[in-house]
Design a protein. Structure first.
Length: 357
């Protein structure tokens, strides 16, 4: 094994996994990611980082595995010998977790336990310390107990996904206290980007706007427009993950912007970018309602700002604009008020545009 810092990422093919991989590669890490075998390619978001492993320059390596398969997770840990593990893998769609609760809980809850158990045994056997990041979520706060929500706010999860994240949170904390594992819970509020999955509400909206402008879609069907979320930019949030693992002591941190906006506000700003009135295009479909909704999330990131020196760099308006611009650019539509920047054009390379809403 060479002496380069090695990180292992579960969920490397997801939105956050791709940004975190970029960040760690920039910092000189060797990055290993766990991917699932699928019948169609699922590596679009990281293809631009991939170099053939036969090339001596290669620093990104992919391993087949699954959070539901503990044996493989252990084998990969032994093989890679990482100093940091970022557990980002999850069935991460809240609405879908009501349809597939058992699988969601298995991947999110038990999946985290499987990794923690593997680390526990690995550390005990080898004496090598591994730092662990757990992707916790503002969904754990669920039904409003306190505003804004901070590290000490009680959890009240309102979906199978959120219940599983709460379980994973407490296991992470317990393994930290029981086995001296450097384990941190990030409690991240919603974070978005042009790489956001197409069925989360922000990306569903920005993608639909581009398709409406391109005359590929007439209507946008949505559920609850009154829900309020603290939306930030994903690229900022992966910085916080890394910072947590660079501290002297492991701890848990809320990562948020401290602002909240409704889905309706997102719609207003997003449609305004292309000078359209959202009310003419948006229709209600109850299929997108959840059996139990989380009405209001707003985070207090004071601790992350003070202890990690973390700051969000993108405002809500900027976020909406950059996402709409990226989806427009992906369909070859240039903006009337200026061209999308190079960075966002690069981001659109792997945005798929088949009709999947
Ligand atoms: P995505 O849904 O974009 O990515 C999820 C990743 O997990 C994908 O790489 C997916 O693989 C992988 N995955 C799914 N199921 C399994 C499994 N059984 N075994 C291994 N890998 C699996 O999520 P994000 O990038 O947005 O989020 C990253 C993490 O942060 C998730 O845990 C999410 O719950 C959490 N989180 C996200 C927030 C957000 O606003 N984005 C906020 C707070 C927490 P594949 O590509 O094959 O589907
Ligand atoms: P969320 O994100 O549930 O907060 O979870 P999502 O974008 O799915 O929903 C946000 C809010 O929008 C409302 N909504 C709709 N949502 C979707 N997906 N589709 C619709 O058509 C629609 N119409 C209205 C929802 O009801 C909800 O109130 C995300 C995920 O990334 C989680 O993994 C993560 O943990 C949390 O953010 C923080």
């Amino acid at each position: 094994m060479n002496e380069r810092k090695r990180a292992l990422i579960t969920g490397i093919t997801g939105q956050d996994g791709s940004y975190l991989s970029e960040l760690l590669l920039e910092k000189g890490y060797e990055v290993h990611g766990i991917i699932r075998r699928t019948s169609t390619f699922n590596t679009d978001r990281i293809d631009h980082l991939y170099v053939d492993p036969h090339n001596t320059e290669a620093r990104l390596f992919l391993h087949y595995g699954d959070l539901t398969d503990g044996t493989t997770l252990r084998r990969i840990l032994e093989q890679v010998q990482p100093i940091e593990i970022y557990n980002l893998g999850a069935q991460s769609h809240v609405r879908v977790s009501f349809d597939s609760p058992e699988y969601t809980v298995d991947s999110v809850g038990m999946g985290t336990l499987r990794i923690l158990e593997a680390i526990r045994d690995y550390q005990h056997r080898t004496g090598i310390k591994v730092r662990f990041y757990q992707a916790g979520s503002s969904e754990m706060f669920g039904k409003v107990q306190e505003i804004p929500q901070k590290e000490t706010t009680p959890f009240y999860p309102r979906s199978p996904y959120a219940c599983a994240k709460v379980y994973a949170y407490w296991q992470t904390l317990n393994y930290r206290e029981s086995y001296e594992i450097f384990a941190c819970n990030g409690i991240l509020f919603n974070h978005e980007s042009p790489r956001r999955g197409e069925t989360f509400v922000t990306r569903k909206i920005t993608r639909a706007i581009a398709r409406i402008v391109a005359e590929q879609q007439k209507k946008l069907y949505l559920g609850n427009l009154d829900a309020q979320r603290d939306w930030g930019y994903a690229k900022d949030y992966v910085q916080a993950m890394w910072l947590m693992l660079q501290q002297d002591e492991p701890d848990d941190y809320v990562v948020a912007t401290g602002e909240t906006h409704s889905v309706k506000e997102f719609l207003e700003i997003a449609f305004k970018v292309v000078n359209l009135d959202w009310q003419k295009y948006v229709e209600f479909d109850q299929r997108y309602l959840r059996p139990a909704e989380v009405d209001l999330l707003i985070g207090d990131p004071t601790k992350a700002k003070k202890k990690l020196g973390w700051q969000p760099s993108v405002t809500f308006e900027q976020l909406v604009h950059l996402m709409v611009e990226a989806d427009l650019a992906a369909l070859g539509i240039s903006m009337s008020n200026g061209k999308p920047s190079q960075e966002f054009l690069q981001d659109t390379a792997y945005i798929r545009h088949e009709a999947r809403v």
